[in-house]
Design a protein around this ligand. Structure first.
Ligand SMILES: [Zn+2]
Length: 112
């Protein structure tokens, strides 16, 4: 979340810089600096995309993402304690979609 706020801020900044550079007879802001801001935005976008498209592993039972591996490479769910009971999702969006699923939420309620 923090990252997307920064990205939003940088975009606004770039808009501001470009606006004044376009309006003035000569660039008000150093064009190298403007270019730097532009590159930073691109870099952050690329990074976010990469992160968002990584596969996500969740606990098969409680769907918690808080799964850690022990020294023997067993995947242990920190929420319900299951071992090596994983479900893989294509990416975080697929996981969120799945979590939104009504049937799953009902199931959780019933078990709690
Ligand atoms: Zn679990």
């Amino acid at each position: 979340m923090k990252q997307s706020i920064t990205l939003k801020y940088l975009k606004q900044l770039l808009k501001h810089l470009q606006y004044y550079n376009d309006m003035a007879p000569f660039p008000v802001y150093d064009t190298e600096y403007v270019e730097e801001v532009k590159n930073k935005i691109k870099e952050m976008k690329d990074k976010n995309k990469e992160y968002d498209e990584l596969p996500v592993v969740a606990c098969r039972h409680c769907k918690s993402l808080h799964v850690v591996s022990d020294e023997l490479d067993n995947a242990i769910c920190m929420r319900c304690g299951s071992v090596n009971e994983l479900q893989e999702f294509e990416n975080i969006y697929k996981y969120k979609e799945f979590k939104k699923n009504k049937h799953f939420n009902l199931e959780i309620k019933k078990n709690e």
